[in-house]
Design a protein around this ligand. Structure first.
Ligand SMILES: Cc1cc2nc3c(=O)[nH]c(=O)nc-3n(C[C@H](O)[C@H](O)[C@H](O)COP(=O)(O)OP(=O)(O)OC[C@H]3O[C@@H](n4cnc5c(N)ncnc54)[C@H](O)[C@@H]3O)c2cc1C
Length: 535
C-alpha cells in the first residue's frame, strides 16, 4: 500500500480545490491536492462559461445580496450569502494575482478571452490556475479516487483511495479540505463532466455529517440532445436569427411564452423554460435552428466553438433538451469553510448555503473563489494547531494495518449474482432523470423509490473482480444513496420553489415550505428532518 503524509490534503482540483491549495500553501505547510484525473481535468470548472457574479463599478454589494436572495426564494443561508458578497471583490483580486485574466462584465467579471478564441472560459481559467499551481510548493497527486475519509477519534486525519494503477493509497494529514464538486452526472441528461457523481456528498454522509437541500437541483434549458454527441449546453450570447422548433417545424417561442429574446429568457426564465421544454420534448422532438445565422457570426464565440464540431450545426436543426446543471444542496460550512467534523473543511459546489432554491448565474465560481480561500486559510490554522501534538493519536503502524485490511476487503472476491455495473449505471441514471427530473410528482417519485429498491439489491450483489468494477460499484452505491435522498426529499417538499417543481403542488407554499431539508445517514439508513430557516 502506498502511504503519503502531508499537512493538508485537498480532495478535488477544480476552482475550489486549487484556490484552497494556493491559500493554504501561504502558511508554509505541506499541501497535497488530489483529483480523479490530471489536476484541473475532469472538473466542472473546466466546462464553465467563466462568469463570476461579483459587485463591480455598476453592480453594488447590495445588488449582489438582493439578487442572490431573490433567486434563492427564501432558502439561502443569509450569513453565508453575506460572507460571499462581502469577500467576492477581494477573491477576484486574488485570482488576478494568480495570473487569471478577468475583466469587468455585466454583473461581475468574466475570463478575458483573446479575440476570436473558441476556448471555453473555464478551460482558460483552469489553464492559468494549473500554471500558478506548478510554480507553487503544492504537491499534486492525479489519478486517485478517494473512497473514504480517515477518521480517528472523531477527527478527520486524511483520506484513503485507489490509484488508477490499482495500488491502494493511504494519505495521512492534519486537515482535509473537501472540494469534490457536485453530482450533476448522476442524471442521464446533464451538462457536467461524466465523473462528477456526488462522491463528496457520499463521503460526507458516510462520515456522519448532515447534508442539506439535496432535492434542489438546477436545470439548464438548452442542452444539446443529438444522439452520439456529448451533451453540452448552448451558451449565450444567442444570435437573433435562431429559432426554436418542434418536429413539425412550428416555431415554439410563443407557445413557450418566451419573453424577450433567447439571451434574456435564458437568464430570467431558466426554470420555467426547462419545465416547458421538458414537457414539450416528451411529446416530440424540440430543435434549435441556427441555419439562418449569417456566416460572419460563426466566427465569434460561442458559435465558433460549435463550428469546430463535425456536426453540421449551420446546415440543419438539431435536437435540444433541458439538462441538469448544478446542485444547490450539500455540506454545511461556517463562514470560514469549517464543517461540523473536526479537521474537515469544505468549499465549492459540494457545500450548501449560498444558493437557496435556485442559484443566481455566476455565483458558483464566485463561491469557489471566496470559500476556497477561507477553507485554505482555516485548514492551515487548524493544521498548525495539530503540529503542537507530540504523537499522532494512532500509531502509524496500527493505522496502516487497519487500512491494508480495508483495501483487501474492497477487492475481496465474493459470491454474488452478476449484473454488469455499466448496465446498472445506465438504468439508475435513467431512473433519476425520469422520476426526479425537472417535473416531479408523488406518483412518479414513489415509483422511482420502488424501482430504486430493486436496483439497490442488484448493486449489493455486484462483486468487484477488477479495480474498474470497484470504482463502478462505488459509483453505483453513491448514486443509489443520492437518488434515494432526492426522491424522498422531493416527496416531503410539497410545493414548488425556485428550480424545484412539483406538478401536483405547483405553487410556492411559504407556510410549510420555508425550511431546509436535512439528510443524515444513521446505521446505513437515510433519515430526513427539516430545519426552519434561520432568521
Ligand atoms: C457547462 C457548465 C457551465 C458553467 N458555467 C458557469 C459559469 O459561467 N459561472 C458560474 O458561476 N458557474 C458555472 N457553472 C458551475 C461551476 O462551473 C461549478 O459549480 C464549479 O466549477 C464547481 O467547482 P468545484 O471546484 O466545486 O468542483 P469541480 O470543478 O467540479 O471539481 C471537482 C473535483 O473533485 C474531484 N473529485 C470528485 N470526487 C473525487 C474522489 N472521490 N476522489 C478524488 N477526487 C475527486 C474531481 O476529479 C475534480 O477534480 C457551470 C457548470 C457547468 C456544468
Amino acid at each position: 500500500m502506498e502511504e503519503i503524509s502531508t499537512d493538508i490534503l485537498i480532495i478535488g482540483s477544480g476552482l475550489a480545490g486549487i484556490v484552497s491549495a494556493l491559500e493554504s500553501e501561504r502558511s508554509g505547510l505541506q499541501v497535497l491536492i488530489v483529483g480523479k484525473f490530471s489536476i484541473g481535468m475532469g472538473t466542472n470548472t473546466s466546462l464553465a462559461n467563466g462568469a463570476f457574479t461579483v459587485a463591480n463599478s455598476r453592480f453594488s454589494k447590495e445588488d449582489h445580496l438582493k439578487a442572490t436572495l431573490e433567486s434563492g426564494k427564501g432558502l439561502n443561508h443569509l450569513q453565508r450569502v453575506e460572507t460571499l458578497v462581502e469577500n467576492a471583490p477581494d477573491a477576484i483580486g486574488r485570482l488576478k494575482n494568480y495570473g487569471v485574466p478577468v475583466v469587468e462584465r455585466g454583473i461581475g467579471y468574466a475570463i478575458d478571452q483573446p479575440e476570436g478564441s473558441s476556448q471555453l472560459g473555464g478551460v482558460l481559467l483552469t489553464k492559468f490556475l494549473v500554471e500558478r499551481l506548478r510554480k507553487s510548493s503544492v504537491q499534486v497527486l492525479p489519478g486517485i479516487v478517494i473512497l473514504d475519509l480517515v477518521i480517528e477519534e472523531g477527527e478527520v486525519q486524511g483520506g484513503f483511495g485507489f490509484l488508477r494503477d490499482g495500488r491502494p493509497c493511504l494519505i495521512r494529514s492534519k486537515a482535509v479540505i473537501l472540494a469534490a464538486g457536485g453530482a450533476g452526472a448522476i442524471y442521464r441528461r446533464n451538462d457536467n463532466q461524466k465523473s462528477i457523481l456526488g462522491d463528496g456528498y457520499a463521503l460526507a454522509l458516510r462520515a456522519g455529517l448532515p447534508l442539506f437541500d439535496l432535492e434542489l437541483v438546477q436545470f439548464y434549458p438548452f442542452a444539446l440532445a443529438e444522439p452520439r454527441l456529448s451533451t453540452f449546453i448552448l451558451l449565450p450570447p444567442f444570435p437573433k436569427e435562431i429559432r426554436l422548433l418542434n418536429e413539425k417545424g412550428e416555431d415554439l417561442s410563443e407557445r413557450l411564452n418566451l419573453q424577450g429574446n433567447f439571451n434574456q429568457a435564458v437568464v430570467a426564465q431558466r426554470d420555467s423554460l426547462s419545465i416547458a421544454l421538458h414537457e414539450a420534448s416528451q411529446k416530440g422532438d424540440v430543435c434549435f435552428d441556427f441555419t439562418h445565422v449569417p456566416q460572419e457570426k460563426w466566427q465569434r464565440y460561442p458559435l465558433n466553438f460549435l463550428k469546430k464540431s463535425k456536426f453540421p450545426f449551420h446546415d440543419r436543426p438539431f435536437l435540444i433538451s433541458p439538462a441538469v446543471h448544478f446542485f444547490m444542496g450539500g455540506v454545511e460550512i461556517d463562514e470560514r469553510g469549517k464543517t461540523a467534523l473536526p479537521g474537515l473543511f469544505a468549499a465549492g459546489e459540494v457545500t450548501w448555503g449560498i444558493h437557496g432554491a435556485n442559484r443566481l448565474g455566476g455565483n458558483a465560481l464566485t463561491e469557489c473563489a471566496v470559500f476556497g480561500k477561507m477553507a485554505g486559510q482555516a485548514a492551515a490554522e487548524y493544521a498548525r494547531m495539530g503540529e503542537s501534538r507530540q504523537e499522532p493519536s494512532i500509531p502509524s503502524e496500527a493505522l496502516r494495518r487497519r487500512w491494508e485490511r480495508k483495501a483487501k476487503g474492497y477487492l475481496k472476491k465474493k459470491r454474488g449474482s452478476f449484473d454488469h455495473p455499466r448496465d446498472l449505471l445506465k438504468g439508475l441514471k435513467e431512473l433519476v432523470w425520469k422520476n426526479a427530473g425537472p417535473i416531479r410528482e408523488e406518483g412518479s417519485l414513489e415509483e422511482g423509490l420502488a424501482r430504486l429498491a430493486s436496483i439497490e439489491k442488484k448493486v449489493e450483489a455486484v462483486y468487484p473482480a477488477t479495480l474498474r468494477d470497484l470504482f463502478n460499484k462505488r459509483d453505483l452505491e453513491n448514486i443509489c444513496l443520492l437518488t434515494r435522498a432526492i426522491l424522498k426529499g422531493s416527496l416531503l417538499r410539497k410545493e414548488s420553489r425556485g428550480s424545484f417543481f412539483r406538478k401536483d403542488f405547483p405553487n410556492q407554499d411559504d407556510q410549510n415550505g420555508l425550511r431546509n431539508t436535512c439528510y443524515r445517514l444513521e446505521k446505513g439508513e437515510l433519515r430526513i428532518t427539516h430545519q426552519p430557516i434561520k432568521p
